[in-house]
Design a protein around this ligand. Structure first.
Ligand SMILES: [Cu+2]
Length: 323
């Protein structure tokens, strides 16, 4: 059973109280063999976070996390660009069914697009199972360059999810097809974390683009990303929010063109020159909110969505951090 958000929120307090009472029960029935004399001060609670590591085409991460607000700290220790997208498939869909019915279709479709057979390539996507259209994207960590650690703070309801990265290898194949897909269970246990406080608010819309009063001085920032609406763009995915550092040799047109996976030259290794991806918040439904943190030093930066024609949609915004 998967709780919807409203049910989940009302159950949250009850579940918390129930686990607290259970905890008291365990504490009060200590057996005579117990030798530990730990005080509550010594039992520091686990931090409400997980570390995720990519070394090649993998997600090294826990299989289960608690529900509620949770920190996703993603270390990209590989030499390729990645992201983490959280897929919420209809109940009953397994990793095996995704590998059997979904990944081959994307693999074949992209191979045809790479060969310049555009019509055949897009026709291939008609072979996706009907349940694929019911997938809801629940956020995740935005694009992260090699050797960068990014951090997002996300809220999930109990259920089964799949995390994936569909950036492409230099061969033109999606990372998802190379192993970057993993099941993640969000348990009924509730994370002790409350909704973070943001330094900078970003309002994201498919109609009006990115609305933000960007930071201008160096520092460590928590960004709030509010998804005012959501829609499917020309690349069949919805909008998200990525933070990039623009070095002197960066070219905004190249960055924008790269943000389209349909293009054989898009969303593929190597990433655009002079662009360092620092994470962000991946696609979320309308009305949802995610957070991410970043350390900003003097230089040029941009917020950008992974959609075609980002600048024409006001989904590409450049800003500068000065000394
Ligand atoms: Cu990847």
């Amino acid at each position: 059973m998967k709780f919807n958000k409203t049910t989940f929120r009302s159950f949250k307090v009850i579940l918390y109280l129930a686990s607290f009472i259970a905890f008291l029960g365990i504490q009060s029935c200590g057996s005579g063999t117990q030798t530990e004399t730990s005080s509550p001060e010594e039992e520091a609670p686990a931090p409400p976070m997980m570390e995720i590591v990519t070394e090649t085409m993998d997600f090294q991460m826990p299989d289960t996390i608690p529900a509620g607000w949770y920190i996703w700290r993603y270390h990209n220790n590989s030499n390729q660009t990645h992201f983490i997208l959280i897929d919420d498939y209809p109940d009953g869909i397994t990793l095996d069914s995704i590998k059997e019915r979904v990944l081959p279709v994307f693999g074949n479709g992209m191979s045809l697009l790479n060969e310049g057979k555009t019509d055949e390539g897009f026709a291939e996507f008609a072979n996706l199972p009907s349940w694929f259209s019911e997938v809801v994207w629940r956020g995740g960590v935005g694009l992260v360059s090699p050797e960068v650690t990014a951090e997002s703070i996300l809220q999930l309801s109990p259920g089964v999810y799949f995390v994936e990265c569909y950036v492409k290898m230099n061969t033109g194949m999606f990372h998802t097809n190379m192993g970057m897909i993993k099941k993640l269970v969000v348990s009924d246990e509730i994370s002790p974390m409350t909704e973070p406080k943001a330094d900078i608010s970003i309002r994201l819309s498919g109609e009006s683009g990115i609305s933000v009063d960007p930071p201008s001085i160096p520092g460590s920032y928590t960004f709030k990303v509010e998804f005012l609406d959501q829609k499917i763009h020309e690349n069949f995915v919805s909008h998200d929010l990525n933070l990039v550092r623009l070095q002197d040799n960066a070219n905004l047109k190249d960055l924008e063109a790269w943000m389209d996976w349909r293009d054989p030259k898009g969303l593929i290794e190597p990433a655009p020159e002079g662009v360092i991806f620092l994470g962000g918040v991946n696609d979320m439904p309308a009305g949802d909110t995610g957070y991410f943190t970043a350390q900003l030093v003097p230089g040029q930066y941009a917020f950008v969505s992974e959609v075609p024609n980002a600048s024409g949609k006001n989904l590409l915004k450049v800003f500068e951090i000065t000394q």
